[in-house]
Design a protein around this ligand. Structure first.
Ligand code: AMP
Length: 436
């Protein structure tokens, strides 16, 4: 393990990264490696398997992408590496980082995720990419059905967000994938949390892995200012609006428990002139990407999401995370708040805790081993907003009843209307729902 002094003087170059890749890092503004990169790269470059526990936003992608690209330069070949991700958005982001880091060496990537046309993906596979980034189900689909595509010559397998990849949804596909790729390969497991299943997989498919842990298991970064507020359930929306109005310059992610809540809150906030947009697992892939892009481009500064967005999404400029609903699984808290204070930046996380969520909140404080300070606000001042918020919610519910409520059989809520239609115009501020 590197000492503090060594960490300060370590550069990508001293870690053994070649000039082309050092240049690519510099173009991305990566002047010094992050702790996970410092810890993992020497072993990775030495050809070892890795199991790495690192916080979200710690620079995990670079930690596995750079050694893979370096080895690719030494022995170029198609289907060199495969990275598995639990979500489509994360897969796309990983591929973007590979492309950016590999720009100098002309690396070719294919992204294989569900919700997107398989034919186009097959055409991309026919171009024989160096790196395939995929969600497990769609990768298996291509391995079974796309003529001429195999991973028989694979040299690297990466499981990103491994703890999540090992849940029931993916277990079968992962097993199938492990059966059709060579045993003689390097394997990297990256995970923010360590579960029994990760340990099991580690034993099953890693050979004498080097274990890397850059932070205590469930800690949050020091640059993150975490607060909570106890409040009666009926005032939650009011507090949310208060915080968003008070910190109106911030880019914010608001986490809810259900997909329906994302839609309702987004509409309610739009009614109050707040540029909010929902993203949830009930939206089609293109709509999810559309929402994410609007948020990244700054057209909307508040993203209302379920836990689908709590992992892996790289949105560098999120200033604040609001836990509108407290997660029932306290590890989800770590993932959610990991969306802010990334790569050394400052961030705020505020948890709104009602009387029914107290138990879950206590579990969170236990997990992070911290007593958090209270979000300071005068309740009287917050409640000045009560009537306006109530009316905005009424209008939102009415809108959903009139438009989004008419579900066709078998269709999920939110797939019926696209984001633009949902808000009455393309991007930006709603014309229908002006700020009052
Ligand atoms: P990740 O944990 O891979 O999602 O990375 C989080 C963010 O950190 C991304 O925006 C990366 O571009 C950025 N990042 C990764 N490595 C570095 C570095 N060495 N210096 C600065 N930013 C970095």
């Amino acid at each position: 393990m590197a000492t503090d002094e060594e960490k300060q003087t370590t550069t990508f170059k001293t870690l053994g990264i070649c000039d082309e890749l050092v240049d690519a890092c510099q173009k991305l503004g990566w002047t010094v490696p992050t702790p996970i990169q410092v810890e993992s790269m020497p072993s990775a470059l030495d050809g070892k398997d890795l199991i790495a526990l690192a916080q979200t936003g710690s620079g995990k992608t670079g930690a596995f992408a750079l050694p893979i690209l370096q080895e690719l330069i030494n022995s170029p070949q198609a289907f060199f590496a495969c990275v598995l991700s639990p979500t489509r958005e994360l897969a796309i982001q990983i591929a973007e980082q590979f492309q950016a880091l590999g720009s100098e060496i002309g690396v070719k990537c294919a992204v294989l995720v569900g919700g997107v046309d398989m034919v186009q993906q097959s055409i991309n596979l026919a171009k024989r990419p160096h790196v395939v980034v995929a969600t497990p189900g769609r990768l298996m689909d291509h391995l079974s059905n796309t003529k001429g595509f195999s991973l028989r010559s694979l040299k690297y397998l990466v499981l990103d967000e491994a703890d999540r990849l090992l849940n029931e949804d993916f277990e079968k596909s992962i097993d199938e994938i492990l059966n059709v790729i060579p045993r003689d390969r390097r394997t990297y497991l990256f995970s923010a949390t360590m579960t029994k299943k990760v340990k099991k997989l580690q034993r099953a498919c890693l050979r004498n892995p080097v274990k890397i842990e850059v932070a205590s298991k469930y800690s949050t970064v020091d640059t993150l200012n975490q607060q909570y507020r106890f409040l009666p359930a009926k005032y939650k929306e009011c507090y949310l609006v208060y915080i968003l109005t008070e910190k109106c310059q911030c880019t914010t992610m608001v986490f809810t428990r259900t997909c329906d809540a994302t839609q309702l809150l987004a509409l309610m906030l739009r009614n109050l002139g707040i540029r909010a947009i929902p993203i949830s697992g009930h939206m089609t892939q293109s709509k999810r990407l559309g929402a994410l892009n609007m948020f990244k481009a700054g057209e909307c500064n508040v993203l209302i999401c379920t836990d689908v967005a709590s992992r892996g999404l790289d949105i560098p400029s999120v200033d604040m995370v609001i836990n509108y609903d407290i997660p029932t699984n306290s590890k989800d808290y770590i993932h959610r708040v990991g969306r802010t204070a990334r790569a050394g930046r400052y961030g705020v996380a505020i948890s709104l805790v009602n009387q029914y969520e107290l138990e879950w909140y206590i579990q969170i404080e236990k997990l992070i081993d911290k007593k958090l300070p209270e979000f300071p606000a005068e309740e009287d001042e917050v409640l000045l907003l009560f009537e306006r918020v109530k009316e905005a919610k009424r209008l939102a519910l009415q809108k959903i009843k009139d438009g989004g409520g008419k579900k066709r059989k078998g269709e999920k809520y939110g797939e019926e209307e696209d984001i633009e239609k949902y808000f009455g115009h393309k991007g930006g501020k709603s014309k229908k729902f002006k700020a009052r």
